[in-house]
Ligand binder design. Structure first.
Ligand code: C2E
Ligand code: CA
Ligand code: CA
Length: 832
């Protein structure tokens, strides 16, 4: 999957999750905001029973509310109402107090119209009262008790068929255990108690328990035997490792009553020891902690038992004495810190007061909503980030594609400007460069050069290797041009161009010789070094010529170099331009003639040296209405590749002429036709000639072909076949211009020529006094190998006579006749 799609998917998923979380968070918040408080007003259960709660303590007693609430939580749901009667034994517990209560209760109970169906009692005094007055007040009523500290009393009560309930164990041992565990360094345990029922149980159980810990020092402060001043004295002198166990203790030896707060204050004012307590209350006022009865749970348990009896018809005897009543371990968190106690040292279910709420506890209601909100925000921020990243990626992509486009534009432009094969500037961009960077009055030089004979390389090694060589050359040229800050380009084919800004060049300039050297170093092709050369034309700025025109000038100079035999450098001059212009005119005239019957033939008679009789003619081509002779237009025609066309045109004219002469009843003689070595590629020439002869009814014996030595040097297979074809057709061959080229008589031994034409230049040079023996020897030699010899360019009588003396076979020269029109030629006679 493309990266972009992954991003889009992630973005979508995260955004959706975010919106979902946001929705959930909002709905949760809405729920908190508008939720109904728990329905506190359940449909009222009809009241069917009325119960009396007889409480030892009044409503200000520390755990009274817990007891009342515990009862209420069961009774009300079961249609049970209850009245409360307080004995208030904390303040009034003497015998007279109890009898006062009896009086009070009797009056109330008897005057009360309420019909009680059950009794619930809390704490020892109330149970004792119920036991004492069962017959009188509670006859046949089930009595369920709780918070009873005196086990004997509880057991006795349970033996009563109408009584059952919950025994409240003393929690001093639990409190001591917790204290010893959480403050192991404190080895002095101080037991402060009085001699109340609870106080006595506390100290008994405590002492019993401490027997197992002989390394602890126990200091007992029995308030029933000490005045508060004495207690204070003792407190002040307690060892530093003390823990005070504030047990049941409400009076001192003087009988003075002390509230929980009073005693808590007294202890704190006189000692820094931690205060433990096995009763409810006091944790807010300096008591460190301890375990005590869970009054609410005990009350609930008692209420449940009574409800079961009253509503569900359970029997009192179904319930035994409950002894494992629930307790609460409660500690003041702030004081814990002071005494180095951590939560870990205390029982798991410890309740703490003054504990700062943890974040979770403080905000537990809104945490889910806040968490959802945060997740949603996180998701949305992530989605936005992803969108942003995606956008950035998109921008990057855009930038990338922009740069790709720019690159491809650049590539396209580069391709448009460069040659594909050689990676050089192409012709068009070279011209553009010149237009944009050069002015006629700048100083610069244009050099055009190509590989000499590259055509042959291609033909001999194939185009692949030809391309490789071009590439090698291009590479060499590139580094050369770069090093000298030259502008280099491929001008076409194997032609390269270099523009040298700032200076002119000549044949010997470093740049020029450098380039020439590049071509002179061998090019390796499959371990074979190929040697090449270059011809170059240079054109230097002259203040007037437009930059691009210098390319034409350089081209002319290059032509010139080629014409001068290749591997040459020519610097352009205006003469070349004239020559070039002339050539252009000649070319034009020739083409025009070729295409419009503008060619015609003159015939120069050949005369027998011995008899002066005409023995034949040489056909020489002319242009109608044109000043250009064959010496001018033929080389240009050949240079331009029109040799074959010219050859066929002249041949046709000659054959037609012969036919015409024949038709006119003239005696005809063989006519020799010049065959250019450039016609060698015209493989159908012999066939063409043959068909002409047939068409015009001319015997092949009337056509002779003049070839030159250069043809003999052509590839032997092609030329060999040509000679063979001529021979088969019955055409004689003459070797033209003998003495100008290689003049190798060796050729003559194997080339099937019948006649050798000695060139005029040889006649001019050697047919002079003292040198003419050479001519005589050549004639003799030609004869020796069985060929005839024709002497060309004979202009003087003495020359003719000399040649006749030397036994030449035929004479062709102005002495007898210039080339003539056909009608003159056929009438020509050398003998008067
Ligand atoms: P070439 O084949 O050597 O032809 C002989 C040239 O010598 C002719 O010149 C002829 O007019 C000239 N000539 C003959 N006798 C004398 C003389 O006594 N004195 C002087 N000064 N010149 C003499 P032309 O006709 O101008 O032809 C020149 C060259 O043009 C020929 O040399 C030949 O190479 C070429 N050429 C002429 N016609 C043809 C043709 O039809 N085909 C081809 N391929 N080449 C031709
Ligand atoms: Ca000739
Ligand atoms: Ca000749």
């Amino acid at each position: 999957m493309p990266k972009k799609n992954i991003f889009n998917f992630l973005r979508f998923t995260i955004a959706t999750t975010g919106i979902l979380c946001l929705f959930l968070a909002l709905s949760q918040i809405t729920y908190y905001a508008v939720r109904k408080k728990p329905d506190e007003q359940k449909p009222p259960v009809p009241i069917t029973q009325n119960v009396l709660f007889l409480s030892s303590f009044d409503s200000m007693h520390a755990n009274y509310d817990d007891k009342k609430n515990g009862l209420e939580s069961v009774f009300l749901d079961n249609g049970i109402e209850f009245d409360i009667s307080f004995m208030d034994v904390k303040s009034f517990k003497g015998d007279s107090d109890v009898s006062s209560f009896y009086n009070f209760f009797e009056e109330r109970f008897n005057n009360n119209s309420a019909e009680y169906t059950g009794i619930v009692v809390s704490d020892d005094n109330a149970l004792q009262f119920a036991m004492d007055h069962q017959e009188e007040f509670f006859k046949d009523l089930p009595i369920v008790f709780f918070a009873i500290n005196n086990k004997e009393r509880a057991e006795k009560a349970v033996a009563n068929p109408y009584m059952t309930g919950v025994f409240e164990p003393d929690y001093i041992v639990d409190t001591a255990k917790t204290a010893m565990n959480s403050m192991p360094d404190r080895k002095t345990l101080v037991a402060l108690h009085d001699e109340s029922e609870a106080g006595l149980v506390d100290i008994d159980e405590f002492n019993e328990y401490m027997k197992s810990f002989p390394d602890y020092t126990v200091i007992e402060l029995n308030a029933a035997k000490l005045t508060m001043a004495e207690i204070i004295e003792k407190l002040k002198t307690l060892p530093d490792d003390s823990i005070i166990f504030f047990m049941a203790c409400y009076n001192d030896a003087t009988g003075h009553k002390y509230s929980l707060l009073d005693i808590a204050n007294i202890i704190q004012e006189n000692t820094d020891a931690p205060i433990m307590r096995n009763y409810v209350g006091g944790r807010e006022v300096g008591i460190l902690g301890g375990t005590y009865m869970n009054a609410f749970d005990q009350a609930r348990l008692a209420a449940t038992i009574l409800t079961d009896i009253l509503i569900n018809g359970a029997k009192v005897s179904d319930f035994g004495l409950y002894t494992d009543a629930a307790s609460i371990t409660c500690f003041n968190y702030g004081l814990m810190k002071r005494y180095g106690i951590s939560e870990k040292m205390l029982p798991d279910d410890t309740v703490y007061i003054n504990r700062p709420l943890s974040f979770r506890e403080t905000y537990k209601e809104i945490i889910p909503a806040v968490a959802l909100l945060m997740i949603s925000m996180l998701c949305l921020v992530s989605a936005i980030s992803f969108a942003f990243i995606n956008e950035k990626m998109h921008v990057k992509d855009l930038e990338k594609s922009k740069s790709e486009i720019e690159n491809s534009k650049f590539m396209l432009q580069y391709q448009a400007e460069h040659d594909e094969l050689l990676d050089l500037l192409n012709r068009r961009s070279i011209l553009k460069y010149m237009r944009n960077n050069l002015k006629a009055d700048h100083r610069y030089s244009v050099m055009l050069f190509d590989i000499d004979g590259f055509k042959d390389v291609n033909e001999n090694y194939g185009h692949k290797i030809g391309d490789r060589i071009l590439n090698d050359i291009a590479d060499r040229l590139k580094s050369f041009a770069d090093s000298l800050d030259l502008t280099l380009g491929r001008y076409g084919g194997d032609e390269f161009i270099v523009i040298n800004s700032g200076n002119w060049l000549n044949k010997d300039s470093e740049i020029v010789t450098g380039i020439v050297d590049i071509f002179n170093k061998p090019f390796m092709v499959e371990d074979v070094g190929i040697l090449l050369s270059t011809s170059a034309g240079i054109s230097n700025s002259d203040g007037v010529t437009e930059p691009q025109d210098h390319i034409l000038n350089a081209e002319m100079a290059l032509f010139e170099a080629k014409e001068h035999g290749k591997n040459m450098v020519c610097v352009y001059t205006d003469v070349m331009k004239q020559k070039f212009a002339e050539e252009t005119n000649v070319k034009q005239a020739f083409l025009n003639a070729l295409e419009n019957d503008g060619l015609y033939m003159k015939y120069q008679p050949k005369v027998s040296a011995q008899t002066k009789e005409v023995i034949g003619y040489e056909a020489l081509v002319r242009l109608k209405d044109s000043p250009y002779g064959p010496g001018q237009f033929i080389p240009i025609a050949e240079k331009n590749g029109w040799a074959s066309k010219l050859g066929r045109a002249t041949t046709a004219l000659v054959v037609k002429q012969l036919a015409e002469w024949k038709k006119a009843g003239k005696t005809i003689y063989p006519v020799s036709v010049n065959y250019s070595s450039r016609q060698i590629n015209d493989s159908g020439y012999v066939e063409f000639l043959e068909s002409l002869l047939k068409l015009y009814g001319v015997d092949p014996g009337y056509i002779e072909i003049e070839i030159t030595e250069s043809l003999l040097m052509e590839e032997s297979a092609t030329s060999g076949k040509l000679f063979e074809d001529f021979r088969k057709l019955g055409i004689k061959l003459l070797l033209d211009d003998f003495g100008t080229g290689y003049s190798s008589l060796a050729y003559l031994t194997y080339v099937p020529v019948d006649n050798v034409k000695l060139d005029k230049s040889l006649v001019d040079t050697y047919l002079v006094e003292g040198k003419d023996a050479f001519i005589r020897d050549v004639i003799q030699l030609v004869h020796d190998i069985g060929k005839l010899i024709t002497i060309e360019g004979v202009e003087e009588k003495w020359q003719y006579e000399k040649l006749r003396e030397f036994n030449a076979d035929a004479i062709q020269g102005y002495y007898f006749s210039k080339p003539l029109n056909p009608e003159d030629a056929i009438e020509f006679k050398a003998i008067e």
